[in-house]
Design a protein around this ligand. Structure first.
Ligand code: SAM
Ligand code: GPP
Ligand code: MG
Length: 289
């Protein structure tokens, strides 16, 4: 099957009722905070931002263009997050294939192809997201290299050792981590790199805080603890090379978002849980050994 021959692939139903819920959730998602940010430059993300806010770029709050500038700034910070994830993939060649596990509308996949010139396979539970990502790839003329498929990331059709690198950008809170890392470990070649950026609860807090529970309910997900990530990697031949606490770097994004007209109601939970230490935004990069 060639990269663009999607018609040949039989799409099985969801593996579990829960995966059916998540497929429906993302099939129906159309929040302005995601679509308006994506419209800035055609990279559509479903993850959050990192880095300092460029307050000078926002200008006067009374200015009629202010809201547009806030949208552009939030989007710049979300793309900066994806750039940091890609920075940790290691050397990638044009002939390599990467896996974007839980690819959403495909923003990170496109960025990876633009940076490395390689092939990128994205998988999502949502047919709407896969169609959206494949349409964007066609519009950009890169559908020979970047594609999305409706597929469970715990059970993919890719070959053992096929991937030079793989990642989960804010998509690992929907699955069991042992199952997830077993599949990444199977797909990665020895020496290949796995990267995740994720929110995780802090074992030092004791248990998930009320804010973490609120985030779980809001997104129908199941946030894991930092310890669970490290244990599940160790059990699946993934050896961490970097564990970076991005919590201080993501706070400016949330402060700005909380003041914008695009608020969704979840801003307080992120801000409060990051500040009380119960929740952390982390990047973990690991080598397949
Ligand atoms: C918050 S979005 C992140 C999207 C993307 N990684 C990004 O950074 O824009 C979560 C994604 O995980 C996907 N997902 C959740 N569980 C999955 C599973 N078992 N297999 C494949 N994708 C899954 C959803 O379909 C959705 O696309
Ligand atoms: C860090 C954690 C716990 C993430 C949970 C997964 C998630 C829903 C990410 C953002 O998606 P989105 O961009 O669709 O959300 P929003 O509409 O809030 O921007
Ligand atoms: Mg978003």
């Amino acid at each position: 099957m060639t990269m663009t021959d999607l018609s040949a692939a039989a799409i099985p139903g969801p593996a579990t009722p829960y995966q059916g819920d998540i497929a429906r959730y993302w099939d129906h998602e159309a929040r302005p905070v995601n679509l308006r940010l994506g419209d800035v430059d055609g990279l559509y993300h479903h993850h959050y931002g990192i880095g300092e806010v460029d307050h000078a770029s926002l200008g006067d709050p009374e200015d009629s263009e202010h809201e547009k500038k806030v949208v552009a700034e939030l989007h710049r910070l979300e793309s900066a997050q994806a750039e940091v994830l890609l920075d940790h993939l290691g050397p990638i060649g044009r002939d390599d294939t990467l896996l974007d596990a839980g690819c959403g509308r495909g923003g990170s996949s496109v960025m990876a192809h633009q940076r490395f010139g390689c092939k990128v396979e994205g998988v999502t539970l949502s047919a709407k997201q896969a169609e959206f990502g494949n349409r964007r790839a066609r519009e950009l003329g890169i559908d020979g290299s970047v594609r999305a498929q409706v597929c469970n990331m715990l059970d993919t059709p890719f070959e053992k050792g096929q991937m030079a690198a793989s990642w989960n950008n804010e998509s690992s809170m929907y699955v069991d981590l042992d199952d997830l890392f077993a599949e990444h470990s199977r797909l990665l070649r020895v020496g290949g790199r796995y990267v995740t950026i994720t929110g995780c609860w802090n074992p030092k807090y004791g248990q998930p805080s009320k804010w973490v529970s609120q985030i779980n309910a809001h997104f129908e997900c199941n946030i894991h603890s930092r310890r669970e990530y490290l244990r599940a990697m160790a059990d699946n031949r993934l050896v961490p090379q970097a564990v970076i606490d991005l919590t201080p770097d993501t706070l400016p994004y949330w402060e700005l978002r909380a003041t914008s007209s695009l608020v969704t109601g979840i801003e307080e939970a992120f801000l409060e849980s990051y500040k009380d230490g119960s929740f952390q935004y982390v990047l973990i990069a690991a080598d397949r050994v």
